[in-house]
Design a protein around this ligand. Structure first.
Ligand SMILES: Nc1ncnc2c1ncn2[C@@H]1O[C@H](COP(=O)(O)OP(=O)(O)OP(=O)(O)O)[C@@H](O)[C@H]1O
Ligand SMILES: [Mg+2]
Length: 368
């Protein structure tokens, strides 16, 4: 599977551009602020229906205009596919698959699987559990549409239940019927999501350990643990037990929305005990394992976007990383780098790279 061509209109700093890609490695260069990451973000939009960096669609419209549109032409198993994403201020976002709109946008997820490695991935280690849940949820969701729909449903129910809790607290009364009708549904969904998360982690970890050990020379003991209050079997009255506390706090305190994934190095939390380099290796291993598991389950190679990954690496590490990427990623790759010279380091002829140069949101590309 690969992206042949993308058309951008009023997307971030692009006014109107058509860009062709090679099905192998596309190397995107340009000065800081020229639009390299924005181009990856447009590709990301067509896979995930939102930005990887700015969740508010309106912020991705080019300044002083009132809509953006992105169109991608793909080849999947020799068949041509087109995806469109259009957003106009104050209107609903539209996603088209071969020119026909989805009834529900979420049904698009998994059609064009993709992975991005970007500087803000450090959130996975440094930030709240939300980022880790989202990382693993996006893997499972790209593979299993039912899982995504389960998560969406779960979040909606929690939102409604929390509103009821807030009302109870404010009005100082409790209507048990009103709150208890959520219990059975929530228990079922908790059970389903918890089991999927734990199942996938087992498979994920097998690959993860292998990849981590192949990209680091030193031998560390690393571990990922799934931490959930939700046990394999859930007591029927779990929500009744929590009710008083839920009303006091005006939110639902039990459930998979509280899950976390714990990352360890040599039996200590990676956030506080790993060096920056070790954290970087950990994150690249997470993403490479994501690539592996998605390509295996869906029997196709996801698009791989690598934003600024060579930054701060010395020449030897850049060469090693490039060799590793070439060996492990069989599908299409997009690499951004502000330094055009980096191409010399890893002998771009050997890798048959399509070079794309950007200047202030405008592009000219040639073979190199
Ligand atoms: N909605 C928007 N309208 C117009 N320009 C925008 C919009 N959003 C972002 N930009 C501009 O896009 C530019 C940033 O582009 P991008 O992040 O793609 O740069 P980059 O080439 O990746 O740079 P770096 O090498 O620093 O990572 C900034 O100049 C920013 O002002
Ligand atoms: Mg950038």
């Amino acid at each position: 599977m690969y992206l042949e061509k993308i058309e951008l209109k009023n997307f971030k700093n692009y006014e109107s551009e058509n860009i062709n890609f090679s099905d192998k490695i596309n190397f995107i260069t340009g000065e800081n602020g020229s639009g390299k990451t924005n181009l990856l973000d447009a590709i990301y939009y067509l896979s995930f229906t939102k930005s990887a960096f700015n969740k508010i669609d309106e912020n991705n419209i080019k300044n002083d205009t009132n809509f953006f549109s992105i169109r991608g032409n793909y080849k999947v198993d020799k068949k041509s596919i087109s995806i469109d994403c259009k957003y106009k201020k104050n209107e609903k976002k539209i996603i088209l698959f071969n020119d026909s709109p989805y009834e529900k946008i979420s049904l698009h997820l998994g059609k064009i699987p993709a992975i991005i490695i970007a500087p803000n991935d450090s959130d996975l280690i440094r930030n709240s559990s939300y980022y880790r849940r989202r990382f693993f949820d996006l893997i499972i969701s790209q593979i299993e549409q039912d899982y995504l729909q389960g998560i969406i449903r779960y979040n909606k129910i929690i939102k409604s239940r929390n509103l009821v809790l807030q009302k109870f607290k404010k009005k100082k009364y409790v209507d048990r019927n009103e709150i208890e009708h959520y219990d059975d549904l929530l228990i079922k969904l908790n059970h389903y999501i918890r089991n999927k998360r734990s199942e996938y982690l087992i498979e994920f970890k097998k690959k993860f350990f292998e990849i981590y050990n192949s990209i680091t020379k030193e031998k560390h003991e690393i571990e990922i643990l799934y931490k959930s209050k939700v046990e394999k079997s859930i007591e029927n009255d779990v929500y009744k037990k929590f009710l008083e506390y839920d009303i006091l706090t005006e939110k639902t305190n039990f459930g998979i929305h509280k899950d976390d994934y714990l990352f360890y190095i040599n039996n200590k939390p990676i956030k506080t005990f790993a060096s920056q380099g070790q954290q970087k290796s950990f994150i690249i291993s997470l993403k490479m394992s994501e690539y592996y598991i998605i390509s295996k389950k869906l029997s196709l190679n996801p698009l791989m976007m690598l934003d600024d990954i060579f930054d701060k690496l010395d020449n030897k590490r850049i060469k090693d990383l490039m060799r590793f990427i070439k060996k492990k990623i069989r599908g299409q790759i997009f690499i951004t780098d502000a330094l055009n010279d980096r191409l010399e380091i890893f002998n771009s002829k050997k890798y048959n790279i399509n070079l794309i140069k950007i200047k202030n949101g405008q592009i000219n590309y040639d073979k190199k």
